[in-house]
Design a protein around this ligand. Structure first.
Ligand SMILES: Nc1ncnc2c1ncn2[C@@H]1O[C@H](COP(=O)(O)OP(=O)(O)O)[C@@H](O)[C@H]1O
Ligand SMILES: [Mg+2]
Length: 232
């Protein structure tokens, strides 16, 4: 069973024409511990793919499965990092993490939260109000939040836009640890290639290109393809 699989996956927003849904008949399987780099120009459907597999949007047709279960009921297996921080400013770092731990039914939430704060390099900020942290520090809390419930799958939608350099480095180290199945969208192809083990290119909601063996040699080829698609 694949960690993540799309079968004939079509997703359309209300009001979107039937002929041009955000995702159209996507078939894709990501095996355990693979890291898929999802590329494509603006509007290609990358964020929609992440949204569907986060369980936040239902497929219009076809299936989006996480470990064999429909994505919307497999949310406990998925961690998400996107532009939003999903944190409560008035609560402390630890209170935020405890809240999410409860939501996900994490056993022994406090030691788990403290362990993660160590991993993301801010163990000393546990009792600080989130609203008083710097942006970079908040981003580290966001990463900790995404990992709290020990998800098997990480979905990262342009994480570099929400993360400063240091926080992105923390995330890179987490990914290089190799224990997660990852889908990553990014504007920064060079960075993406360092992190991904394979790539798929979306255009107008369809997969138009796949690369199963990523190496530096493919950077130019993929960059040109995405540029051409962006030009239309
Ligand atoms: N909330 C929304 N309502 C209606 N259409 C949307 C919404 N979000 C995205 N779309 C449309 O769906 C398509 C795919 O968008 P998106 O998945 O955000 O692309 P990407 O992340 O690759 O830039 C685009 O045509 C976009 O305009
Ligand atoms: Mg997007």
């Amino acid at each position: 069973m694949s960690a993540l699989s799309a079968e004939g996956l079509t997703a359309r927003y209300p009001g979107q024409p039937t002929a041009s849904p955000a995702l159209a008949d996507v078939c894709l399987h990501v095996e355990s511990r693979e890291r898929l780099l999802l590329l494509g120009p603006n509007g290609a459907g990358k964020s929609t793919f992440i949204r569907v597999f986060s369980g936040l949007m239902r497929p219009t047709q076809g299936e989006a499965l996480v470990a064999g279960q429909p994505a919307r009921i497999a949310r406990g297996s998925v961690g998400v990092v996107s532009h939003a921080t999903y944190l409560y400013d008035e609560l402390t770092v630890l209170e935020n993490l405890r809240l999410y731990a409860e939501l996900y039914g994490v056993p022994r939430p406090e030691p788990r939260a403290l362990d993660l704060l160590g991993q993301v390099g801010i163990p000393h900020l546990a009792d600080m109000q989130v609203g008083r942290l710097s942006r970079g520090q908040q981003q580290r809390v966001t990463i900790a939040r995404a990992l709290l419930h020990e998800p098997e799958v990480l979905l990262l939608d342009e994480p570099e836009t929400g993360l400063d350099q240091a926080a992105f480095g923390v995330l890179e180290n987490v990914l290089w640890g190799g224990q997660y199945t990852v889908v990553l969208t990014t504007h920064n192809l060079a960075r993406g290639l360092r992190l991904g083990t394979r790539a798929a290119v979306l255009a107008h909601g369809r997969i138009v290109h796949e690369r199963r063996d990523l190496s530096d040699g493919h950077a130019d080829e993929l960059a040109h393809l995405v540029e051409d698609l962006a030009r239309g």
